[in-house]
Design a protein around this ligand. Sequence first.
Ligand code: NAD
Length: 277
Amino acid sequence: MLFEHVLVVGAGQMGGGIAQVLAASGRRVSLHDPYPGASGKAIATMRKSLGRLAEKGAALDPAEVVGRVELVDELARADLMVEAVVEDAAVKQDIFRRADGILPPEAVLASNTSSIPIASLAEATGRPERVIGMHFFNPVPRMKLVEVVRHPGTSAATAAAIVELARELGKTPAEANDFPGFVSNRILMPFINEAVWALHEGVAEPEAIDTIATLGFNHPMGPLALADLIGLDTCVSIMEVLRTGLSDSRYEPCPLLREHVAAGRVGRKSGQGFYIY
Ligand code: NAD
């Protein structure tokens, strides 16, 4: 088995989901999040999700899977780190710098970032050849895709190992180069932002915008509901990375998106965004 012990940093909606699929694959997981309550909430969500999967016939024992996840107060030694903290380059760079000093030199350091160039994280370490993007999708246990992002210094061996890990987790890897937003969010985020502009300018109500996308484009979910699922704070951060990284003002986040974030209405995780939960 590749990467038998994995350190997951950040126990939000993504970190919790990533820890779950790694543990369900038989791996030992150390989960670190310094914010009070975050890890406990992640474990509770994991129990619920695993319980649902077991009821539907998945061959797993929820207690055994959760038992493979250990909560740690500090960054810990492991074969692989998957970082899934807030979409903020400075916070992520600090974690990569610290992880480089703690994890053994042969360990791979991966980021679940949605948009931040991987090279900027690799620069914070002394092992750029072992730094890579491993971008899961939300909700992690259900979504099949992993976008694997190599920066110019990522070694072929590191990329091959992460592609193989994605397959071992039952996911489908797709490789992308290191541009702001990679492939997924370069396409998705401007689409979401345009839907917010349509709402902001009074083109239609949220329900109508989402119905048009679900029935008109055959999307499983409308862009405003999806933005609420992703987190409106994360959407603004990704748009800012696109605007700065691609030097193009068309990626400016819609003011309505910023207004919701400033008011703390960041989507499902706060109970309200474009919809109330
Ligand atoms: P979230 O807000 O649910 O969780 C972020 C977590 O990071 C919180 O629990 C917070 O306590 C923790 N954190 C903050 N600073 C930290 C630090 N210094 N050390 C350790 N933990 C820290 O966010 P999320 O939706 O889970 O997103 C996490 C990452 O995954 C972001 O980079 C985001 O872009 C990416 N991502 C998100 C989605 C999505 O749909 N939400 C999809 C793919 C990738």
